[in-house]
Write a protein that binds this ligand. Structure first.
Ligand code: NAG
Ligand code: NAG
Ligand code: NAG
Ligand code: NAG
Ligand code: NAG
Length: 370
């Protein structure tokens, strides 16, 4: 199998590079990534994490609408490795989407250059390893696509723009977790929750009176998470590339795979405040905290850690229903986007998607519409 994979991968690399089409007039951004194992201590114990250029989480990709991203990935692991670019549309073909069966994995010791154009896209996304449960060991990072300078954005430029990757985390490594599923068992309750790779103390610096953009993605394995900041409100402005009606929330549910942008104004007395992420729909609630640090802070975090919703499903559904696209705001192109009759289009086909969990040949697997 590994040999076949290796052969398949080199054939695929050949074809993929032949088929890769980039638009000459748009800017290029080059990335050289070395994917290695390395020691990480997110929950205080040593773990063998998957690092990209010695970073955990991996480096952010910063880009502007229509940029060509040339990402040369060297796989220095001992297993085939594959990256998926969550939310990147890959117009014209899906060769490099990074899902097994569509894109070949990179064999150990080899490299592959992903060529992606973020054509007509804006917003907040992330990348992650899509094979072999590697995601349980790291290898993920943020992707942001800024609007081109001429395109209006429906809020003032923030004073700072932070990537906030949240996710459940296990002390067991990815090979042990994989073996657990293959024995037909479901994953146990995670050992903790990470914010930007840290089990506690992830800090975000702000200046009093200024407004910041937080791009929050749930990069975890299975748990929905609630995100909130002590004494601060969040104004939701973008969800995965669409500007939303700007609604204010005191806490937000972020399900696995979702990315939300919120604006937070440092409008409180100058001190440090808790950033809280807790698990949803679990009987034992896991909670982790980070810090919103005012540059003129008069003191450390204090007071009780603010609570959030725990098992209430209706709360989560109602919040999701409250999120609406702003149909008059610009997207990747100036408004109108070409679909401004949305509310008037009659439904002609309804597709229902339903997730399920079951066993295939004694192994625990998850599916859609089976
Ligand atoms: C990646 O890192 C490994 C481990 O340090 C090193 O042996 C290898 O040469 C590096 N590869 C590249 C392409 O930099
Ligand atoms: C592997 O990396 C080398 C050195 O950067 C590069 O010349 C080559 O094109 C890469 N191969 C693939 C398949 O991306
Ligand atoms: C995971 O941990 C097990 C022991 O629990 C060990 O045998 C295995 O080599 C580890 N895998 C990795 C990739 O570190
Ligand atoms: C929607 O976007 C428009 C255009 O930028 C803006 O004027 C308006 O305030 C936005 N509406 C809401 C509710 O966010
Ligand atoms: C939707 O259906 C109504 C009733 O059949 C019809 O009058 C209307 O023109 C349709 N709208 C569009 C956009 O096709």
């Amino acid at each position: 199998m590994p040999l076949n994979l290796a052969v398949a991968a080199s054939i695929c690399s050949l074809f993929c590079s032949l088929f890769a089409i980039v638009s000459a007039e748009d800017p290029y951004r080059f990335f050289n990534w070395n994917v290695t194992y390395g020691d990480i201590y997110p929950l205080g114990v040593r773990q063998r994490g998957i690092l990209i250029n010695w970073q955990f989480p991996g480096p952010d990709i910063h880009s502007v609408t229509n940029d060509n991203l040339i990402i040369n990935v060297f796989n220095s692991l001992d297993e085939p490795f594959l990256l998926s670019w969550n939310g990147i549309q890959n117009r014209r073909n899906s060769f490099e989407d990074g899902v097994y069966g569509t894109t070949c994995p990179i064999p150990p010791g080899k490299n592959f250059t992903y060529i992606l154009q973020v054509k007509d896209q804006i917003g907040s996304f992330y990348y992650f390893p899509s094979l072999a449960f590697h995601k349980a060991a790291g290898g993920f990072g943020g992707i942001r696509i800024l609007s081109r300078p001429r395109i209006p954005v429906p809020f003032p430029d923030p004073a700072g723009d932070y990537t906030v990757l949240i996710g459940d985390w296990y002390k067991s490594n990815h090979t042990d977790l994989r073996a657990h599923l293959d024995k037909g068992k479901k994953l146990p309750l995670p050992d903790g929750i990470l914010i930007n790779g840290r089990g506690s103390g992830a800090a975000f610096n702000v200046e009093q009176g200024k407004t910041y953009r937080l791009r929050i993605s749930n990069v975890g394995l299975q748990n929905s998470l609630n995100f909130r900041i002590q004494n601060h409100k969040m104004k939701l402005v973008e969800v995965e590339g669409t500007h939303t009606l700007q609604t204010t929330y005191s806490s937000l549910d972020v399900h696995v795979g979702q990315s939300y942008s919120v604006l937070v104004t440092a409008d409180q007395p100058a001190r440090d405040y808790y950033i809280v992420v807790s698990s949803r729909f679990t009987s034992t609630v896991l909670t982790t905290t980070g810090i919103l640090h005012y540059s003129n802070s008069a003191g450390p975090v204090s007071g009780p850690i603010p609570g959030g919703p725990t098992v209430q499903i209706d709360w989560s559904l109602n919040q999701a229903r409250s999120i609406r696209s702003n149909l008059t705001a610009s997207g990747p192109r100036p408004n109108p986007q070409g679909s401004y009759h949305y509310g008037l289009i009659n439904t002609t086909k309804t597709i229902r998607l339903s997730s399920s969990a079951g066993q295939v040949n004694g192994k625990q697997r998850y599916a859609i519409n089976i």
